[in-house]
Design a binder for this molecule. Structure first.
Ligand SMILES: C[S@@+](CC[C@H](N)C(=O)[O-])C[C@H]1O[C@@H](n2cnc3c(N)ncnc32)[C@H](O)[C@@H]1O
Length: 489
């Protein structure tokens, strides 16, 4: 028999694809009844049907993969993981539910292949516990993330303030959801999938499309949408008897529809870094900005964050320029600079984070902290990473700068306002300089080997200094800074 041909994320043998009738690929799921085999019960208002777990596990995981469910509820996903020989970490806020689910899991799996954590999935501290649990399971990341949050306030799960169903406003709910989505993103292996199960709601006679709002928050967190499945809701007690007539009357009178569907939205975390490292060398020149960086063009070029392929970037640049009526050549120059700067910054940050002295800041949009760095025996401090060339205005050569890093750091703090993003928080500067051909200094940003060497040397024995300077309003600042020189001599 020939060896199977499987995708990198499932055990489906593509050579025998005709034999997988039991795996659904259509975007409409009409589920006739709850699968009550394998220990599943309809014992919790707000749980999902086991078939959602069955389908997504078979399509998006291999045996022994780790599934991370950040709203575990009554543990449907855990029971299904045990049944399909997958491993799972589940997080649930309500202590009684945690106990209840633990009781349902075969004792030999609990704490070994299945871990149930009590906690608030929106907290960084919980994400850290998930990371520890992954490490104990010999895994660095989860291979599938499952998110079945409360549908805002339509079912109140508890009185705890951290409960997403207690979020006072829709905005609060979405902010908390996005925080959980970001944790899921960080904890998921690149190239792997996430599943969001969610329905919409009505508030004061108006449809609130929670499903689409949450989908957009997933995309903000970095996920790419792969499919929206509409599934029927069945077995809903409201659909029966007297209540059903009441709802039907209300629908007819109020002009709306009775929910009979919800969504299973599937996302993938891009395998970004590997791609982008291959694309960066393809950039042949670095044109000047052509104009000051501004918010309107930054917003228009938001796609630089998730596009890792240069051709795709060029296509999107043209499309957006045409759609928004922007001068295409000027916009293209602006885009390529932002894209190159962002992805080389990320690559440098990845090198920094690979060092044992550092740890990441979980919020990628944190204004002043990219990572934390701790010298032996000292509390770790947050740092912003800044890649820069040796500025002409400093008026000294690279040898002088290397001998006077504090002077250079002060100069860089004081003169940063040209970008209009002034801040006086701790910074790690990477100063790039091509002494052979200064015009090619921009290329050092993608010289990852050289960066690895310079960053490694610095982090092995970090020399941090306190820099004192006054801003334009005369306020004194004293951040901690470090300067790494990355020089081609
Ligand atoms: C829709 S239910 C999930 C049901 C689950 N899929 C099942 O089949 O049983 C949402 C769950 O999220 C929990 N929850 C709400 N806010 C949370 C938070 N901040 N952290 C962790 N869990 C939370 C609720 O207690 C509730 O059990």
């Amino acid at each position: 028999m020939s060896s199977p041909k499987t995708p990198p994320y499932s055990d489906i043998d593509l050579k025998r694809w005709r034999e997988y009738d039991h795996i659904w690929t259509d975007s409409l799921w009409m589920i006739e009844g709850r699968d009550r085999s394998g220990g599943h019960q309809l014992d919790y208002h707000g749980n999902f049907v086991p078939q959602i777990a069955t389908q997504t596990y078979l399509r998006y995981t291999k045996e022994n993969d780790v599934i991370l469910d950040l709203f575990l509820g009554s543990g449907t996903s855990a029971i299904e993981a045990a049944r399909l020989n997958r491993r799972l970490i589940g997080v649930e806020l309500k202590p009684d539910l945690v106990e209840y689910v633990r009781d349902k899991i075969p004792p030999e799996l609990l704490g070994d292949r299945i871990h149930i954590l009590e906690g608030d999935s929106a907290q960084e501290e919980t994400a850290a516990r998930v990371r520890e649990t992954l490490a104990a399971m010999d895994a660095e990341h989860a291979q599938l993330v499952v998110l079945h949050p409360p549908y805002h306030d339509i079912i109140q799960f508890s009185d705890q303030a951290e409960d997403l169903s207690k979020a006072p406003t829709l905005d609060d709910f979405l902010t908390l959801f996005e925080t959980v989505a970001r944790h899921g993103f960080d904890l998921l292996e690149a190239g792997r999938f996430a599943v969001l199960v969610i329905g919409d709601k009505y508030t004061k006679g108006e449809l609130v499309p929670l499903g689409f709002y949450c989908m957009e928050r997933m995309q903000r967190a970095g996920f790419r949408a792969k499919g929206i499945v509409v599934k029927n809701i069945e077995g809903n007690e409201l659909g029966k008897g007297r209540d059903s007539n009441l709802w039907r009357y209300r629908a007819l009178a109020g002009g709306y529809y009775i929910f009979k569907h919800e969504y299973v939205i599937v996302f993938q975390k891009p395998a970004a870094l590997a791609d982008v490292r291959q694309e960066l060398p393809k950039v042949t020149s670095m044109p000047p900005w052509g104009r000051a960086q501004d918010d309107a063009w930054d917003r228009a070029s938001h796609f630089i964050y998730h596009l890792t392929n240069l051709n795709a970037l060029r296509r999107e640049t043209k499309r957006v320029a045409a759609e928004m009526g922007l001068p295409v050549n000027d916009f293209a120059r602006y885009v390529i600079r932002r894209w190159y700067n962002f992805h080389t910054h990320q690559a440098a940050l990845d090198i920094i984070l690979a060092h044992p002295r550092t740890r990441p800041e979980p919020d990628p949009f944190h204004h002043t902290v990219d990572f934390y760095l701790g010298e032996a025996g000292l509390r770790p401090e947050g740092f912003d990473l800044k890649l820069t060339t040796l500025p002409k205005g400093f008026g000294r050569d690279i040898a002088y700068a290397q001998d006077h890093p504090e002077e250079l750091a002060r100069w860089l703090y004081v003169h940063q306002s040209v970008e209009g993003r002034f801040h006086a928080a701790n910074r790690l500067f990477i100063v790039l300089h091509d002494a052979v051909d200064p015009k090619r200094t921009w290329e050092l940003r993608r010289d990852l080997e050289r960066l690895e060497q310079s960053i490694g040397d610095f982090l092995d024995e970090p020399r941090l200094m306190r820099v004192t300077f006054d801003d334009q309003e005369g306020t004194r600042h004293q951040p901690t800074a470090g300067v790494i020189f990355c020089v081609r001599a």
